[in-house]
Design a protein around this ligand. Structure first.
Ligand code: BDR
Ligand code: CA
Length: 324
């Protein structure tokens, strides 16, 4: 299968609708804020998945971030653990005991939707005009894989899937595997194997999106509640990332997937084919990526390779600056 062209059913200029499937998480939280502040972008729903912290904690965080952003969108809790491998991994070293340490989290005014997150994904996609909803998963792929199993027809109806996960040259949990894929490789395998267009925004791309001191200062200068919230997040996330991964400035992985979904020319992609390693003793969760296509294999995925860094940060800071 060759990737379909990046057109949307609504045509050029039609509002982009994204469904954010998240495990906030500092970079997930920033992605939600950016989505909330982008003109012409509609958030169809936010669904949560156990990942950076337990489902209960990341859902609480999603509701708090939606409150900071002034959103009134549906927020629903999805799967609390990977499909096959027991309890969720979590990453308190990077994201803290709450999953979003740093900022003071407001008491949510956004109410949790009583439906299961997987039902929200299926119902949102099936109720929309074909080709009008883009899925942006930025946590383990458990919800998306379960939605596909529950209603395979969603594969034909979404515009595309732009996910943060994997990488073609490195991992961050193991030398081979990135956190979101490593947490639930079976779910990732289902998502990459389905007949829809998947763009992998992996570590090779996201390590270019570093929240440097200059970026930090741009958020600080906003003087808004949302700007302060981001500064407080970065004040925790930066040192945590330095201590655990040795980065001078932290990469805001998940925001890159959102930006690719809404402003594709900021993120360069190449056609490729991604297989998820399920069995390797040292490589479980690796996204084995073929960018060559010399063995007659279909290059049926898109793989993000290069970020336009100045335009990325202009878009991100511009969006957050639009929030109260
Ligand atoms: C991914 O894992 C999480 O820590 C982040 O939120 C991001 O989605 C990066 O490997
Ligand atoms: Ca995430």
């Amino acid at each position: 299968m060759t990737p379909a062209p990046a057109s949307r059913a609504g045509g050029p200029g039609a509002p982009v609708r994204v469904l954010l499937d998240v495990d906030p998480g500092h970079d997930d939280a920033l992605a939600i804020l950016v989505a909330a502040g982008l003109p012409g972008l509609e958030i169809a729903a936010i669904t949560t998945v156990g990942g950076n912290q337990t489902l209960e904690k990341v859902t609480r965080n999603a509701l708090a971030v939606a409150t900071v952003a002034g959103l009134e969108t549906v927020v629903a809790a999805g799967c609390d653990r990977p499909l096959v491998t027991g309890a969720v991994l979590t990453d308190p070293e990077t994201h803290g005991a709450s999953g979003l340490d740093g900022p003071e989290l407001p008491e949510p005014t956004v109410r949790l939707d009583p439906r299961h997150g997987v039902d929200v994904i299926v119902e949102t996609v099936m109720a929309a005009e074909p080709g009008t909803v883009t899925l942006v998963p930025t946590g383990p792929l458990t919800n998306i894989a379960t939605a596909l199993r529950r209603q395979p027809a969603i594969a034909d109806r979404v515009a595309e899937v732009v996910l943060m996960g994997g990488g073609y040259s490195k991992g961050n949990v193991t030398p081979a595997a990135e956190f979101n894929i490593y947490t639930d490789p079976e779910a990732a395998h289902i998502v990459f194997s389905a007949p829809w267009r998947v763009t992998m925004v992996g570590l090779d791309l996201t390590h270019q999106a570093l929240a440097t001191p200059d970026v930090h200062q741009r958020f600080r200068a906003m003087g808004t509640r949302a700007g302060r919230f981001v500064v407080d997040m970065l004040d925790f996330f930066g040192p945590a990332y330095r201590a655990k991964q040795g980065f001078d400035s932290p990469p805001v992985h998940d925001v890159c997937a959102l930006v690719r979904a809404v402003a594709p020319d900021i993120v360069t992609v190449r056609p490729g084919h991604v297989d998820v390693e399920l069995h390797g003793q040292h490589t479980r969760g690796m996204t084995v990526t073929d960018l060559r296509g010399r063995e007659g294999r279909d290059l049926d995925h898109l793989v993000a390779t290069e970020l336009d860094v100045p335009r990325f940060w202009d878009l991100v800071t511009g969006a957050v600056a639009r929030l109260p």
